[in-house]
Design a protein around this ligand. Sequence first.
Ligand SMILES: [Zn+2]
Length: 452
Amino acid sequence: MDSPPIELGELVVEDGRIASLTAAKRSFPSDGIDFGDAILLPGLVNVHAHLDYTVMRGLLEDIPFFPWIRELNARKSALNQDDWVASATWGAAEAVAGGVTSIGDCSDSGAAMQGAIRLGLGGIVYQEVFGIDARLTVEAILTDLDKKVTALKASSQGTSVKVGISPHSPYTVRPDLMRALGTYALKNHLPLCIHAAESTAEAVLLRSGTGPIAEMFGRRSIAWNAPHSSSIEYLNSLGVLNEHTLLVHGIQVSSHDMDIMRASGSAMAHCPKSNAKLGNGVAPLELLSSSPPESKERILTSSVRIGLGSDSVASNNTMDMFEEMRFAVLMQRAARRSIEVLTAEQAVRMATLGGAEALEQESETGSLTPGKCANFCVVRLGGLQSSPAYNPYNALVYAAHASDVAATVIGGVMCYDANLSHQHTECFPDVDLSGLRIQLESAADQMRNWRP
Ligand SMILES: [Zn+2]
């Protein structure tokens, strides 16, 4: 990501960090690993996931966005904390097996922290906050949040996972609470993550106070004064947009909104597959360009930090960052009717260094730069669908799958080694995942049998 690919390369790891990246030397070191015909690339950074919801994979399909999110929230009551931990741990294993080394995760139960740590992931776990109903005071919500943040910080001690907070969205967090959470985050040096400008239901609620969300507010006697603005303008007016804020989705945005994002320094999580599957649309990435329209280097020159996110497998079904890269390029090209809007190389950048920048962790990860953490993954070539390969970026984006990952190394530790077994769950050298499947299936049964 900071120099051209090396055709026959050698990466040296010392004390968990990258010591050098050069052309391979003639003598093969006795403690070296030859990955053969493969691409060794920076560890993938998935900037937006919900590991907790792994148990909801494929549970709610073909339901319009707003009823979908309402039912997803209602069904959370079916599980206990052990179930959530099993679900999040399974999801973290899926992430690592797919080459992910850092994650930006929004977690309601906090289980994502345990899952991420158990599998060795780095990144940020954001404690989710909901509160649209004024019957619970801001003080009560902040007191509860403070307890959860303290617990998350304690469990993340000595790991490379940081703690953030996630006021869920403009339609699930009321304005006085959103403002208070922004202040709380600044005071406690916590990064923020907010779902924003995702659906048309959200857009019309903010613009005119109408639509399905407004109707639900009416039924539940929730007070709502439409700000008559876009989501980005609204969040900016509440003081929650700054360089430590990650905005997720960004579909319903204008060039003015993008100017606000640029000026505030906020980053963006692009979730192309979730956006498509839930029928929410295609994020207008071309608006992020700071170069003239005729330039081919449009996204690369964007001054907004942008990373790729899978979103939860409840909406995406799999956490496969290769598929996410592929969707990013193909959706942009299809929607803009142009091949110049996004290249494979730009997609790989979004999935690695761009993601690290969006999480403000680019000094530690995102590229194979000497001095950074030894976070990388190895993608096997030579399969039926991956041979021949002429260009590494094209091979990764247009042909590779998460299942082609042969190894994932985090901080110099081999966290996933596909050579260990034909069973994915047995390929984690330091983690015994046996027993997890039973708990996951029992949690899935409770999901299946849940009734309102
Ligand atoms: Zn999300």
